[in-house]
Design a protein around this ligand. Structure first.
Ligand code: ACO
Length: 427
């Protein structure tokens, strides 16, 4: 394979280096393009543009492969603990027992929130969307943790990481509890990271909390499956905000806002709302398939399609199986699961979906599991944010340690050329 690419323009040719990744991916390095040719590249939505070199996640959308730091997602989802995966993503290697214990202890040390933040949470109207509240509270944390991270100091970096790993679950639990009208409480820090999150969320004021191992295991799996997905919309947002040397909390808060949209993490809420609407409309899945294919109709089959996967999203396979198991174990019968399966079966044999390589994505079945666990629809994306936290941290850390320059795309200007100002009374 040649290690340069030749670009010809206006009779001149220039050679551009071709970079090779560890999994035989190739990319043309265009850093010198503008200086040599006065040209830039144009790629709306960055469909063909790599923004960085990264050693965190490998994904092959054609083959449906996803690996965190070299480990297959199936193996991690079935064998690992979410905190181990978080450590792996952030620091590059699976922790040994002592490292994992220390990580958990250090996180617990930081698992409290300034009491004044409760006032901010309480001032939100109860109708506020949990993602807007979570993003605002994460941003507000900046005010209570004012020192910016000295990325040259390993200790400072580590403290920033344990802080946000400790505080975000408390915020998530409180956002969930506020929506459910429950008192804001802390967890039991003798528990593991995930078990404590479940306790913080589900503990009732009038009952002894009894952990449900099915719920804990399902939560662990969902958090792992959502933990990282390379340069998607929210992760790119975190990297680009962090590239201005804004702090970690500010960068994560921006990532949460990006994740909220229905074309990204908000799809888990949109899927269950869509399935529920289909159920209430008589369960006619064929009618909705036709709507999804009709270009004059804005309806899209939520939870289907992916920018990178042109084959099954490997996470969707694992989640579909988990949905069956968790609902059966919890004794929950949810009619929307049958509607989801019908839609999937129809889409997989429909030329519109087959030709466009549209398969179920991670969010097609995840909301059904969250719903069975007793999590309200509007809070699904908050759970996604909690899962994605280690991925965002890992990407932010990598970007800062690699001393990447500030993210600042260019554009092709297509507006008015220079013209003279017209005073108000002459317009
Ligand atoms: N329903 C119906 N048609 C679809 C769907 C869908 N869910 N997704 C894509 N298509 C069609 C498009 O209309 C387009 O058709 P055309 O070629 O005839 O114009 C073609 O498939 C390609 O779609 P694009 O929108 O160009 O693909 P893109 O890569 O830009 O978008 C996206 C990917 C945003 C995920 C899209 O598939 C979508 O909107 N899906 C539904 C929302 C969703 O589930 N998002 C979650 C993604 S996973 C995540 O972020 C965690």
């Amino acid at each position: 394979m040649a290690n340069t690419a030749t670009l010809s323009y206006e009779g001149k040719s220039i050679e551009l280096p071709v970079l090779e990744g560890t999994e035989n991916e190739f990319g043309i390095d265009i850093k010198a393009l503008r200086a040599k040719t006065n040209l830039i590249t144009l790629d709306p939505g960055f469909k063909n543009t790599g923004s960085c070199k990264s050693a965190i996640t490998y994904l092959d959308g054609e083959q449906g492969v996803l690996r965190y730091r070299g480990y297959d997602i199936d193996e991690l989802a079935n064998k690992a603990d979410f905190l181990e995966v978080a450590y792996l993503l952030i620091f590059g290697e699976l922790p040994n027992e002592a490292q994992l214990d220390k990580f958990l202890v250090d996180i617990k040390e930081e698992s409290y929130i300034d009491e004044d933040l409760k006032k901010i949470l309480e001032s939100f109207p109860s109708a506020a969307h949990p993602m807007g509240v979570l993003s605002s509270l994460t941003s507000a944390l900046t005010a209570f943790n004012p020192t910016s991270v000295d990325v040259e100091s390993e200790e400072d970096m580590y403290r920033a990481i344990t802080r946000i790993m400790g505080k975000l679950p408390v915020l998530v639990a409180w956002v969930f509890r506020k929506k459910a009208g429950l008192p804001l409480k802390y967890g039991d820090y003798a528990l593991g990271y995930v078990e404590n999150i479940a306790r913080m969320m589900f503990r009732k004021p009038n009952k002894e909390y009894v952990a449900n191992p099915i719920v804990d295991a399902a939560l662990n799996k969902l958090l792992i499956l959502h933990a990282e997905h390379e340069q998607n919309c929210s992760t790119s947002t975190v990297r680009i905000v962090g590239s201005s040397h804004a702090g970690l909390f500010a960068s994560i808060s921006a990532g949460i806002s990006a994740l909220w949209g229905p074309l990204h993490g908000g799809a888990n809420q949109a899927v269950v709302e869509m399935l529920e609407a289909i159920r209430q409309d008589g369960g006619d899945t064929k009618k909705y398939m036709e709507k999804a294919k009709d270009k004059a109709d804005p309806f899209r089959l939520m939870g289907f399609g992916h920018r990178v996967y042109k084959n099954f999203d490997p996470r969707a396979r694992i989640i579909k199986k988990a949905a069956d198991e968790v609902l059966a174990d919890l004794g929950v019968v949810d009619p929307v699961l049958d509607i989801a399966k019908e839609l999937e079966a129809e889409a997989l044999s429909d030329p519109y979906f087959v030709d466009r390589k549209l398969y179920p994505n991670v969010d097609f079945y995840s909301g059904i599991i969250y719903r069975a666990m007793g999590i309200s629809t509007e809070t699904f994306t908050v759970m996604f944010a909690l899962g994605r936290l280690p991925g965002w941290i890992a990407q932010w850390r990598e970007m800062r340690l690699n001393k990447e320059p500030i993210g600042r795309p260019r554009q092709i200007y297509v507006g008015e050329t220079q013209r003279n100002f017209v005073p108000l009374n002459k317009r």
